[in-house]
Design a protein around this ligand. Sequence first.
Ligand code: NDP
Length: 283
Amino acid sequence: MAMIIDGKKISAEIKEELKLEVAALKERGVEVTLAVIQVGNDPASTVYVGNKKKACEFIGIRSLAYELPEETNEEELLRLIDELNAREDVNGILVQLPLPKGMDEDLVIQRISPKKDVDGFHPMNVGLLNIGQEGFVSCTPAGVIELLKRSNIEIEGKECVVLGRSNIVGKPMAALLLRENGTVTICHSRTKDLKSVTKRADILVAAIGKRGFVTADHVKEGAVVIDVGINRNEFNKLCGDVAFEEVEKVVSAITPVPGGVGPMTIAMLMKNCVKAARIQNGI
Ligand code: NDP
């Protein structure tokens, strides 16, 4: 029987730890503050932003919500980011993606001060991760590392395969596994004979956005499988990139969807906010 890695439980532990940390910072006169900007009213984004606000409230982080109308122009958004960059009482800035059509996401991300880039998307932070220096790391892959560590799964020396090479998941995931001394391979849509690569993995991270793509014949017996995918099945139920039922029978540990990687993303965002506040206040 595979160990089911419980992301809900682990993320709850992290949030409890952060609650104490935030309270201790408050006693020292630091009120951790996150500014969340949403442009337009994409329903999925509204849900994500709402969940982030709820997590802030639970932990004791002050959240400032900026809900801008769909027709906001890029200049106005950039001006708001400049303002928030300059405010000493704002520690983290998050712009909910995707932005409405016509806005240049790269330009917007690059406008956020790297010191307040709690999403870890700014090229400066991406670069710092890749040269092995301290910065902010993209929350979902950081959450995967935390899941592995808190489940006592060793990464060092392990054959790690990452399925997917996006800037927010696949690439930083590979960089983090490498930082933990894994031997890392990245696969993507042009990879040849994918199964022969994924079958080598001691740790397989699936982040491609294709429901049930990873089947039992993609995995080695006893492997650890982390499912980042968030998809919907024909009944509109959440499901991952891994065919859980059949893969679970072969592997030693696996994350479920929902309740695996998903809850970790927000927990790591909160962790980045606290880190930003500490760095900015020299604590
Ligand atoms: P992207 O669509 O940006 O990237 C998908 C990647 O998968 C690409 O690199 C693509 O390759 C690769 N890919 C697609 N099809 C195949 C295939 N048949 N074989 C091999 N590789 C393939 O997605 P994201 O990285 O943003 O997200 C991936 C999944 O993770 C999604 O389901 C998303 O919803 C979920 N997600 C979950 C989060 C969470 O909090 N749990 C947070 C972020 C994302 P190529 O580059 O060649 O096109």
